[in-house]
Design a protein around this ligand. Structure first.
Ligand code: ZN
Length: 278
């Protein structure tokens, strides 16, 4: 498999959005606080958008380089990248947040502190959802800027280029299982931040060069009817009005099945899918 080495997360997002590295902040919400936050009904956005004034999290701290981009890390995955547009309001950590967030702060014993509510824009990043490494064992430090001790050590895991289309399909199936077992709220949260255009990867595929005579013989043998359920082909091909059936190998070529008339069967699309998935 082709791999690229781990890349500093800050550098990736700085380049992605054309922002100087000094204006990028990495913010990691601890697993423990995120758990409490979600239990209280709060959102990662609410948690991210309000910060105590002149704290390490103050994106527009008067004595520090202004933060333009915040890369938010949740459960050691890149949750999202947010652009800091400015300060929306000032108040306290209680007056500026949702009731759910206030319950969360109360539950963790945080008194109200002077705070800023930032106007922030979720950015569509190509790195959303990727595992983030380098913060392990440093859980007490939730924030890193370019002057931080390990700012450039926080890296996204190497992107593995799938070596073939079946690997890609397997990975999609794994992500689908995870998505189906997640909560609708979490799916919606991710969907709201997801890039609308899919990422493109180049795949290399090995394929069998099939014998056209086998296909022709089997289609003629079938005479326009599925050889499994005996239903007529569901439609006719646009190009030549021939009945649409798919020629399937009973023992897969990948399992050393033969590309012969005897090992092939003409199936309607439903029966063909059933052969593969039922
Ligand atoms: Zn059929």
């Amino acid at each position: 498999m082709k791999q690229t080495g781990p890349m500093p997360l800050a550098q990736l997002v700085a380049e992605e959005f054309g922002v100087p590295l000094d204006n990028v902040m990495l913010l990691r919400h601890s697993a423990e606080s995120v758990k409490k936050l979600l239990a209280a009904g709060g959102t990662v956005e609410d948690y991210t958008y309000t910060q105590p004034t002149e704290s390490a999290y103050d994106y527009l701290h008067p004595l520090k380089t202004p933060v333009e981009l915040v890369a938010v890390i949740v459960r050691d995955h890149l949750y999202g990248v947010f652009k800091v547009l400015g300060v929306e309001r000032e108040g306290t950590t209680y007056s500026l947040t949702s009731e759910a967030h206030q319950r969360f702060d109360m539950a963790r014993g945080k008194p109200p502190r002077p705070a800023k509510r930032f106007s922030m824009q979720p950015m569509q990043t190509a790195y959303a959802g990727l595992p983030v490494h380098g913060w392990e064992g440093r859980s007490r430090t939730a924030v890193q800027r370019s002057d931080g001790s390990f700012f450039l050590e926080i890296a996204v895991a190497p992107r593995v280029d799938p070596e073939d289309s079946s690997t890609l399909q397997q990975q999609l199936n794994q992500r689908l299982q995870a998505a189906l077992s997640d909560t609708p709220a979490r799916r919606r949260e991710r969907l709201a931040l997801a890039p609308k255009l899919p990422r493109i990867v180049t795949v290399t595929t090995s394929a069998f060069v099939r014998n056209a005579d086998v296909i022709a013989e089997v289609l003629l043998r079938a005479g326009g009817k599925c050889e499994s359920c005996l239903s007529p082909a569901p439609f006719f091909r646009r190009k030549d009005q021939s009945p649409y059936l798919e020629v399937h190998h009973k023992v897969r070529l990948a399992d050393e099945g033969e590309d012969t008339v005897a090992n092939a069967i003409a199936l309607c699309p439903n029966c063909h899918r059933r052969e593969h998935y039922a």
